[in-house]
Design a protein around this ligand. Structure first.
Ligand code: CMP
Length: 217
């Protein structure tokens, strides 16, 4: 659910109070918003830009779990129990602006206005729905299709027409799809040979969304 959708779960007064309790933060391209393992004391609502959520793997690599855009929220675990360790790192993919609410401010709000809790419940429910969808996909959709599905989902976050440039590396896409880089590379090369996309360093240009969608089925 988007931030607007999340905020829509609150009535106008609660929404206003919640937004009034936030402060704005700006991040440059590539800036780390927080690191995995940091103490988490605030949740971010993305107003502008995109954020990559990344974790360190047991083999010492970095895996990209999700790309979040305007309207999404991250860092919600901090609202549950102030000071919890961050479960992942958050990195600004380009110039990014977020509205931040601190654990203490959120706690005060829900103490005085218990209906504010609805925001947190919806935020968590959104994550559960999304992760369930991904788990089903990981179990029942072949890796080749997953690579294209993830690419198309991320592409919609950056534009909705052919010609959209998705600022993902092949490593990013492989981990988003839960597969290896060689698999992602093979699928992308074939799509490129068929004129459906163009590969460049650190980005993928979508040339034929309709055909890619067919192939992703
Ligand atoms: P938190 O643990 O406070 O900080 C890292 C944040 O990344 C976490 O809250 C979630 O908001 C987000 N996050 C963690 N795992 C995932 C995931 N698999 N997909 C999307 N977002 C995630």
């Amino acid at each position: 659910m988007t931030e607007a959708g999340l905020l829509d779960t609150l009535d106008a007064d609660d929404r206003r109070r919640l937004l009034a309790a936030t402060h704005r933060r700006r991040f440059a391209a590539g800036e780390v918003i927080f690191h995995e393992g940091d103490r988490g004391e605030s949740v971010h609502l993305i107003e502008r830009g995109h954020v990559a959520i990344r974790v360190g793997t047991p083999l010492g690599d970095v895996a990209t779990l999700a790309i979040l855009g305007p309207g999404s929220a991250f860092g919600e675990l901090a609202l549950l129990d102030g000071g919890e360790r961050r479960s992942a790192s958050a990195v600004a993919m380009g110039p990014t602006e977020t509205r931040v609410i601190d654990h203490d401010a959120f706690d005060a709000l829900r103490r005085d206005h218990p209906q504010t809790e609805r925001f947190l419940v919806e935020l968590l429910a959104t994550q559960v729905r999304r992760l369930t969808e991904l788990a089903v996909e990981a179990m029942f959709v072949p890796a080749d299709s997953r690579v294209l599905r993830r690419l198309l989902v991320v592409a919609t976050q950056f534009g909705d027409a052919d010609g959209t440039v998705v600022p993902l590396t092949q490593d990013d896409l492989a981990s988003l799809a839960g597969t290896t880089r060689p698999t992602a590379n093979r699928v992308l090369k074939r799509a490129e040979a068929d004129g459906l996309l163009r590969l460049a360093r650190g980005r993928i240009e979508i040339l034929d969304t309709a055909q890619l969608s067919k192939r992703a089925k």
